[in-house]
Design a protein around this ligand. Structure first.
Ligand code: SAM
Length: 275
């Protein structure tokens, strides 16, 4: 069971720690959400699981109890110190790095372990969830992810074309993952309660995941910074033979030259990978 809001406040007082808003410190205080996260990720004994921002260790303890081996990265020095003195001595199944998840997106999971199936279960620091996700999509791909996110970020990840939330991250993520489940989570499930809405999202790796190389990602991202422009103008602008080939390939598939980037589907973007 996670700590109640009162127990969380008392523990934070004991550590003389005020929740840091910049680091998104909204701790889980709802047992159902902890259970649901593990259930969605299908955590089984022996699983290798990455956790981002373990905080006071609520999800970590549940993962370890379920028999998983956990690799976690925590940026806050006080919380990392608390975990090192409370959880680490109790178990060899918890490996902690004190650092930034953008520097350690896989929380130090050893290369040989990442070559085997692994999962990610995390109540993410909302401010860095998208750059972290982009980093994950360039590395070894986890089998399954159960992630707590700001609702707006989750909406962007799962948006389809022709939607204002559809963007580069929707394309990169949905080329590799399908959405298994999505739940809106009430602010009362956290202490302190966040001012933004939250979403628990479960993603399952596709059988043949598609990964975009760095150059293509940069180009697609740049298109989406000019969302109002039409495809023809975007592809013509830089006088680049590769962009001309993209334009030809898309229009040959029936995509109109007048559409905006958000109107081109993930499947059509993926067709450009051969250029
Ligand atoms: N997992 C805990 C829970 O569910 O109660 C805490 C989740 S809280 C939403 C996010 C956690 O991420 C905090 O512990 C925060 O200190 C940590 N954090 C924030 N930014 C981070 C970063 N860039 N790298 C690693 N951890 C970070």
């Amino acid at each position: 069971m996670p700590f109640s809001p009162k127990q969380t406040r008392e523990l934070l007082d004991q550590l003389e720690h005020l929740p840091n808003r910049k680091l998104g410190q909204n701790f889980l205080v709802d047992g159902n959400i902890v259970r649901k996260s593990l259930e969605l990720a299908e955590v089984r004994p022996g699983d290798r699981v990455i956790e981002i921002g373990p905080g006071l260790g609520t999800l970590s303890k549940a993962l370890i109890k379920a028999g998983a081996e956990v690799w976690a990265v925590e940026r806050d020095a006080t919380l990392a110190e608390h975990l090192k003195s409370s959880l680490c001595p109790q178990t060899e199944a918890f490996h902690l790095i004190e650092g930034d998840c953008l520097e350690y997106p896989f929380a130090g999971l050893p290369e040989e372990a990442a070559a085997e199936p692994f999962k990610i279960v995390a109540n993410l620091p909302y401010a860095v969830s998208t750059p972290w996700m982009e980093a994950v999509l360039t590395g070894p791909l986890p089998q399954r992810m159960a992630l707590m996110l700001q609702k707006e970020a989750g909406d962007r990840y799962i948006a389809e074309s022709d939607n204002k939330s559809f963007g580069a991250i929707s394309i990169f993520l949905q080329s590799a993952y399908k959405v298994h489940a999505r739940h809106i989570v009430s602010a009362s499930c956290f202490y302190p309660a966040p001012k933004v809405s939250s979403m628990l999202l479960c993603l399952e790796r596709k059988e043949s995941p598609i990964r975009f190389p760095s150059e293509t990602r940069i180009q697609i991202r740049s298109f989406f910074t000019q969302r109002r422009k039409q495809l023809a103008a975007l592809c013509r602008k830089e006088n680049d033979p590769r962009l001309s080939a993209w334009f030809q390939a898309l229009t040959d598939k029936g995509v109109l030259p007048t559409v905006r980037p958000e109107q081109v589907t993930t499947e059509d973007w993926a067709k450009l990978l051969k250029f």
